[in-house]
Structures are given as C-alpha cells and as structure tokens.
Design a protein around this ligand. Structure first.
Ligand code: ARG
Ligand code: ASP
Length: 732
C-alpha cells in the first residue's frame, strides 16, 4: 500500500513538474485555466486576455523588437530591464552627463528624453486565421505552390485588417505552419527615457554574474509613452501627452514565498522545442563548441586589455558584453543538454514515433528525410560558423570585408559614398591604433590559426604547412596590409578611382578575407543550404503534426516566435550540478558581501551602503518575525548577535520555474492575483538549455524583486514622484 501511495505521489509530482514547461497563447489560455488555478492562480484566463474588456494584456508592450515592458501608471509610465534600455541610456550619455554610470532620473516630464527610433507595441487583439491563410492549399499542393499561396493570402488578409485603421497587422506561423495567427498591433513611436539606476546597480555583477544565480542585479529602467490628443500613436511632438493605457499593473508589496504561483507575460523570441536529435546534437555538440572556442580567444584578449586601464575598459566593455552573453549561454546550454541526456531522450522518442508512423504513409518517411536533410545542411552551416565567428573575429578582417566590398563596387556614385565613410572610420580607428593593434593582431592570428588547425583555412598553407610558418604568414599579412598603414591608406583613399580596385584586391588582407568568404559561400553550397533549410521547415510541419496526432492527450505549446505568451510556474530554488542547494531569494546583504571596490562589476555606491547600514528601506524591506536571536558572521568575519525580531532586509532578486527565453527580458512577473511582483531578466546557467529542452530540476528564470526596484527609485534616487503615479497594493 505504502509503495502504491509513493508511486501515486511520484506520478503526481512529475505531471505538475512538467506543467511548468510551456509558453502559452493568451487567446487560448482557457485551456490552461484549470491547471493554473490548481497551481494557485486566483484570477481567470479572461482577466489575462480578453478583447471585450480591458485586461492584463493591455498593460504589456513589445519594446522595440526584442524586449518586453509593462505599464505601471495611468500616465504611460512603463518598466523594462536596464539591459533593454541600455543602448538609449548610453546614446544620450555624455562625459558631463554620464547617465550610464551615474544613473538618470527625470525630475519632471520636461526632463524626459525622447528616444529616437524606439517603439512600444500594444497587442490590440489576435485571431486564428489558419483557414484563410491555407485557403487554396490541398494535400496535393506542392511545397513551392503552397508557399506562394500562403504569401498571397497573408498579404490579402493583413491588408484587409489594416484597412481604414491605424493598426499594423502581422501573421505568424505556429507549429511550423500547421496553424496561423494574426496579430493586430498599435505601434507607439514617441517613447521617452524617464529613469535608470547607475550601472553598478542596473548591471551589478556585470558579465561575471550574467546567467547566474545567486544574482543581485537591479536590472530595470523606466520609460514613458506619449500619444496625440486622441490618445493615439504619433511621432514625437512637444504637444504630445502621456499615453493613457487601457490598463496598468497593480504592484504588490506583499512579497513572495517559495512555492507561490507566478506567471510571466511577455514576448519570448525563439525556442526550438520539437527539433530532432540530429538538430540537438549538431547545435549542442558541434556548433556550440566551435562558437565557444572562437569567442574564448577574443574574450581573453579583450579582458586582458580591459585590466590595463580605465580607457581600455570603456573601449571594450560593450563589445565584451555582447560577445560574452551568448558565449556563456552556449556553454550552459551544451552542458545542460548533455547532463539531461537530451540527444538520447530525443532518439528514444523518435524510435517510438517511427513505430507509430510505420503504417501511416504521410508520416513514415518524415524522420529519415529529416535525418538526410540535416546531414546535408550541417557541414555547410559549420563552415559558415567558422567564417562568421572565426574569420570575422578581428576588426582587421571586418575592415578587410569593407574594402573588399569597395573593390567590388562598380557604381561610381556609390564608390564616393563608401570611400568617404571609410575615411571617417579610419580617423577613429587610428586614434588608438598602437594599443588596439596589440589586441586585434593577436585575435586575428589566433583565430585563423584555430581555423587552420581545424582544417577550415586550407588557403593558408600553399607551400609550407607548419604552424610556425602559418603564424608568420598571418603576421606578415597583418603588418604589410595597406589597411594598417595610416599614411598610405589615406593617400590611397584620397586618390581612389575605379582603377584602384585592382590594387585593393591584391592587398593581403582583402585577399585573405575573399578566400575565407569564398570557402564558406560557394554558390552551389549556399543554394543547397537554403533549400535544405526550407525542406527542414516543411518536414518539421509534418513531423510536428504527427507528434500531435500520436499524443492527443498532450497540450502542446507552440515554439516562441516573438508573439505574446504566458508562462506559469512557481517560486522555487534548485540543486545545482554539484549538489549545492540554492534558495530562491537574494538580498541586499548579498550585495554587501559581493562588494569589492577593486573589481568593476562589484563596486557599490556609498549611498546604497548607507541605506543598508541604516536599514532605511521604507515600506519595501522585510521584517523577519522570528523571536530568538541568532548569531551571524559578517563579511569581515565578525560574529554578530542579531535580534531576529527587528532584523530587516531588502530583497533583491528571486527565481521561479517559468519557462522564458530571450525577449522575455523586461516581462512582468505576476502573482496569483495578477499583481506585479517582479521583472524578468535572465535565466540560471544550469537551465539555459530550455530553448531546446526544459528540465524542471534546473530551469529557472531570474527576476528582479519589484520591492528592490521601488526602493531604488524611492530611497536611492529620491524619485518618489514616480512612485506616486503607481498603484501599490499591500494586504498587510
Ligand atoms: N543574459 C541576459 C540576456 O540574455 C542579460 C544580458 C545582459 N547583458 C550582459 N552582457 N550582461 O539577455
Ligand atoms: N536575458 C534574456 C533577454 O534579454 C532573457 C533570457 O534569455 O532568459 O531577453
């Protein structure tokens, strides 16, 4: 009996654990409603998405084409991540007004900074348009005809939907084209920067802590949307007024406990949940290692340089941030896939699928065909990765590419423009050439040597084939190229005519670039690459359709495609690979523990230290109600007796089991009542394989606790006027 009970409990556990995977379509959330309510949700699917009433959906926005934001006031004020607003915060920073380092807080509406090019998109409604999109497609239609019909239908449907409105309609395929949804959007173009913490709060921990837990990053920034006098989207104008959203989020001050229900509502970018074992093997065990190795070379050289001086740190900071982000993610992804035996799991499933499909003519060939397509596509893709991550790793080769384009340009008017741009680039490039060249030359030589040793730069050993000889040859190319000779290059560009192209093509840098490019872009191979990729998409449509027929009891979620989704789960810690257990919360004490004035990523502002010392947390901190006193060790090693009754602390971040991906950054994290408790900004490294396979033991999203965000705005930045606009709710 006991055994049976145990089995039942275990079975129940697996089902509820699996339930955390998924990024669900808001319009179809009714299908998940019961499950969500069982998990603790106290609102309804209609409170989240409804076209007849204002609902949570109306408080969510797509921030440009890559992040999410949420309205928190009736005056168009919204929150997103610091790393999402980053480029705008940087763009409007100057040496005198360094908002990135110092932070920025508009004290009045007049001080808010219009951000050119920034858009905030609201979903008005969505519609299943599968039947209209596939109108005219029959089982006999060929794939190419099918594509043409679909393209024509989509154009007609979106034109009709937009007609006579200010809306923009987009139709996207789901389940590889088994289903189509149309999104009717309202796009706002007057968006202004309102506030951002200094980078040692908004980016605290930097790349060291990126993709990691425990985390202490205050990753938020604030913007405001403006509209015309009718509350409709309008380009920037002084006369515009703060946009009045149909709904803004209420903010909960109640805090979070382990086990609490939470959901994330936002715009996840891309996942590949249903791809075959071949695809996972290719990505995790072939392509990721190549990308990682090549980026490691670059990062080592950048990091060395950054340690030399503050000027060098600034020079390479944003480059390192972008190169390191996926470099680190791919490592976690590959390790995670292999740890959960992802490839084997997929193979097991494929075996079952094949058995099921053997007597079904429309399905029995799909897996063998996919296998074939991947074996044709893989080698071409690998060559392209060697090219993009290796051959193009140095600035030297990026410049060579531009000169190669110049040499191939035949239109005289265009040549003038290109030459002028190159001259401008050079002025900047040669400014700190002597220092930069040390870094860039080493990156150039090491990446090409890596390519050569891996057999992907056959053009490098014409006569001699030793490593030393190749290295010398590369050094010579770097040193003798016209591209690295400031004076000669200037003279050459000043006198540039169509006839100069010949000389340029003979330059060793341009010549090398052309060879590397040609190797990866053989026209026949590229044509085959495009075709097999299209074949894979078509085959996946059939494969996934079969998968759904084979398991009618499963509620499949469609892969992320930058459309609005709901992911739900609960707040939960995890046990890491090494068995260490992680609590799901971090706090201000952790920031003080990490503090190190000598390490850029761990510098803490004096003001934050004094707020911590005084425990001046306003209504945002936690008072722990434990009666007995405890002894704790401080970071200096002193033993201190705390009276727990009065121990206050400031929560900073928490983790949950919500299934998220890139694009979900800035998404609201909501509680069982649909109130804002945090802002999503990252995932734990151990779970970064969730774009391919979700492991409920490890996959966690990382969220900024909304109380820390409010504390920074109110207590740290003295921007209480912004808090006044918000709707704070406390049940205490
Ligand atoms: N890892 C997070 C995401 O993928 C945050 C990235 C912020 N950038 C950084 N280099 N720290 O977007
Ligand atoms: N940091 C990511 C983003 O910017 C989120 C993630 O990949 O989990 O969207």
């Amino acid at each position: 009996m006991k055994k049976i009970m145990m089995l039942l409990v275990m079975a129940a556990m697996t089902i509820s654990a699996l339930a955390d995977e998924g990024m669900w379509i808001p319009m179809l959330l009714g299908r998940n409603e019961a499950d969500m309510q069982r998990a603790g949700m106290r609102i309804t699917a209609k409170d989240i998405y409804d076209i007849n009433h204002a609902c949570l959906k109306d408080a969510i926005l797509l921030f440009n084409q890559g992040c999410t934001g949420e309205y928190v006031s009736s005056e168009g004020l919204f929150l997103t991540n610091h790393h999402c607003g980053y480029s705008y915060i940087t763009k409007y920073s100057t040496v005198e007004h360094d908002y990135l380092t110092r932070g920025f807080w508009a004290k009045s509406r007049e001080e808010e900074i219009p951000c050119q090019g920034l858009t905030a998109t609201r979903l008005v409604r969505m519609e299943d348009v599968t039947a209209q999109v596939l109108d005219g497609v029959t089982p006999e239609t060929s794939e190419s005809e099918r594509a043409a019909i679909i393209e024509r239908n989509i154009k007609a449907i979106t034109d009709r939907a937009e007609d006579g409105t200010h809306y923009k309609a987009v139709i996207k395929p789901f389940y590889y084209g088994n289903q189509y949804f149309m999104y009717i959007n309202e796009v706002f173009t007057d968006v202004r920067l309102v506030g951002a913490p200094p980078s040692n709060i908004g980016k605290f921990g930097g790349d060291t802590d990126n993709w990691m837990w425990p985390r202490h990053t205050g990753d938020f920034s604030m913007f405001r949307v403006y509209a015309d006098e009718n509350n409709l989207p309008a380009n920037y104008s002084k006369a515009n007024r703060p946009y009045k959203p149909l709904k803004h989020l209420e903010i909960s001050l109640d805090g979070v406990k382990e086990g609490d229900f939470t959901f994330v509502f936002g715009y996840p970018g891309t996942t590949q949940r249903y791809v075959t074992s071949d695809a996972v093997e290719l990505m995790a065990n072939v392509e990721n290692p190549i990308r990682i190795a090549l980026r490691t070379i670059r990062l080592n050289h950048y990091k060395n340089a950054m340690e030399k001086s503050p000027a060098q740190r600034l020079k390479y900071a944003s480059k390192v941030a972008s190169v390191a982000n996926y470099w680190k993610k791919w490592q976690g992804e590959t390790e995670g896939i292999n740890r959960m035996k992802g490839v084997e799991k997929k193979r097991d499933f494929e075996q079952k699928y094949q058995q099921w499909a053997n007597d079904k003519p429309q399905y029995y060939n799909v897996l063998p065909q996919l296998h074939e397509a991947y074996s044709e596509m893989g080698p071409i893709e690998i060559e392209l990765i060697y090219y993009s991550e290796g051959a193009r790793a140095s600035d030297f080769m990026l410049r060579a590419q531009k000169y190669s384009q110049l040499a191939n340009e035949e239109d005289f008017m265009k040549i003038i423009g290109v030459v002028n741009r190159l001259k401008e680039d050079n002025d900047k490039y040669f400014e700190d050439f002597d220092q930069h060249t040390i870094v860039d030359r080493a990156i150039f030589i090491e990446t090409f040597l890596y390519l050569w040793e891996a057999g992907h730069a056959p053009y490098l050993n014409e006569k001699t084939g030793t490593k030393v000889a190749v290295e010398q040859k590369l050094g010579k190319i770097y040193d003798e190229s016209l591209l690295n000779n400031k004076k000669k290059l200037k003279a050459f560009l000043d006198d540039y005519t169509a006839k100069s192209a010949g000389k340029l093509k003979k330059d060793p840098a341009v010549d090398l670039f052309n060879k590397a490019y040609a190797l990866a872009h053989d026209p026949q191979k590229i044509a085959k690459y495009k075709k097999t990729n299209q074949d894979i998409q078509n085959l996946m449509r059939i494969y996934v359709k079969g998968m759904m027929e084979m398991q009618p009891q499963v509620n499949f979620f469609p892969d992320a495609n930058l459309t609005l989704r709901v992911a739900y789960g609960h707040i939960e810690g995890f046990n890491s690979f090494d068995g260490a257990h992680y609590e799901p919360f971090s706090d201000l004490k952790g920031i003080m523990d990490k503090e190190n004035p000598d390490i850029y990523d761990y510098v803490v502002e004096d003001k934050l230290k004094s707020l911590y010392a005084l425990k001046d947390y306003g209504p945002y901190g936690i008072v722990t109600n434990i009666n007995d006193s405890t002894i704790e060790e401080t970071s200096d090693g002193y033993l201190v007796r705390y009276n727990r009754k009065t121990l206050k602390d400031m929560p900073v971040c928490f983790i949950a089991t919500n299934h998220t991906t890139g694009g979900n950054s800035g998404s609201p994290v909501l509680n069982a009542d649909g109130r804002l408790i945090g802002i999503n900004f990252d995932r734990c490294w151990e779970g970064t394989m969730s774009d391919l396979l979700f492991d409920p033991n490890y996959c966690r999203n990382i969220c900024l606790d909304i109380r820390y965000c409010l504390f920074i705005i109110d207590k740290f930045a003295d921007a209480g006027h912004l808090i006044k606009e918000m709707t704070l709710v406390s049940s205490k």
